[in-house]
Design a protein around this ligand. Structure first.
Ligand code: BTN
Length: 319
């Protein structure tokens, strides 16, 4: 009920009369008033005028279900699990996925006490960020899952851009950057057997409304607030990102990486540069030549040979 009222207020983009709300939602005008009072107590700023009705002024910067779910238009975020604090949303999502949670399930926390990054790193996750995990059940062979995290990182960049106007770039395979500093990342974890994916947990972190970082990441990290100069409404950001994630995921399930290749390549500032690529088997030096139709980095080695990397950590070499 309250969700429908919030949606009506959001869609109105101005005042909406009490009579209209009561007719649309199917409750009395007195009941509308009571819900409005409760929403105000929950942090929504709502203007009330005896002649014009109600107008939504501000959404609280909180990620609980009452605030976020009315903003969700698609299937991602259903069901929606919110916790104030978790060790890692990926861990909780994996437990839920093992217990049969459906595609589109989202786990979100205001803060993580043991947030995990790629390559076993710690992921700094204080209150004010966007830390969540998405459960997916793609019906494709495990070997083809690799490009999914690239496609999801592109979706995060597109969602951030749509909401803030800032233009994030990407660092292969799936770091999201603003002015060369890391603003977000994705940790994709897969449960599969030889020819079948049981589930994918895509853990996504975006530094939003905080501006200080631990010393070890301070030189390379940034946040949306630091880059845009003001606080960003996290519920709106979250809904914009979930829409992009869902759009990209559906297309990827149907057609794989090729439809995203051009947009992805436009966001990385890597091709044509001399790089060092550390991957599980060692470090390779070469020229970053291309991103292929599977999302792999094509590297030209000094001996003229070409190699393709599915994952790794790439550093641009000076000179
Ligand atoms: C990276 O190293 O770039 C990946 C960072 C992924 C962080 C997110 S925050 C939500 C989810 N839960 C985690 O523990 N990690 C991911």
């Amino acid at each position: 009920m309250r969700e429908r009222l919030i949606r009506a207020l959001m869609e109105a983009q101005g005042f909406v009369s009490g009579a209209r709300m009561s007719a649309d939602v199917g409750i009395s005008r007195g009941a509308v008033w009571k819900h409005i009072q409760a929403l105000r107590q929950g942090g929504f700023a709502i203007d009330a005028s005896p002649r014009k009705g109600y107008r939504l002024l501000e959404i609280p910067d909180a990620l609980n279900a009452a605030v976020v779910t009315p903003l969700l238009a698609g299937g991602f975020g259903k069901p929606y699990h919110y916790r104030r604090s978790l060790k890692s949303t990926n861990d909780t999502a994996k437990t839920l996925a093992h217990a049969g949670a459906p595609e589109g399930t989202v786990v979100v926390a205001e803060e993580q006490t043991g947030g995990r990054g790629r390559r076993g790193r710690f992921w700094y996750s204080p209150p004010g960020g966007l830390w969540f995990s998405l459960i997916l059940h793609p019906k494709i062979p495990p070997a083809e899952v690799n490009s999914l995290s690239l496609v999801l990182s592109l979706a995060v960049a597109e969602g951030l851009e749509r909401l803030t106007g800032a233009r994030p770039s990407l660092k292969w395979p799936n770091d999201v950057l603003l002015r060369g500093r890391k603003v977000g990342g994705i940790l994709t974890e897969i449960s599969s057997e030889a020819d079948q994916v049981h589930f994918v947990v895509a853990g996504i972190g975006v530094n939003v409304n905080f501006t200080s970082f631990p010393p070890d990441i301070e030189p390379t990290a940034t946040s949306l607030q630091a880059q845009t100069g003001g606080a960003v409404c996290r519920p709106r950001l979250f809904s914009a990102v979930l829409v992009s994630l869902e759009d990209n995921y559906r297309l990827w399930c149907e057609k794989g990486f090729p439809p995203f290749r051009k947009a992805y390549k436009e966001r990385i500032d890597l091709l044509g540069k001399r790089v060092s690529a550390a991957n599980p088997t060692g470090t390779l030096n070469g020229l970053a030549w291309d991103i292929d139709g599977d999302g792999r980095l094509v590297l030209r080695l000094p001996n003229g040979e070409e190699t393709r990397l599915s994952t790794g950590e790439v550093t641009v070499r000076e000179g």
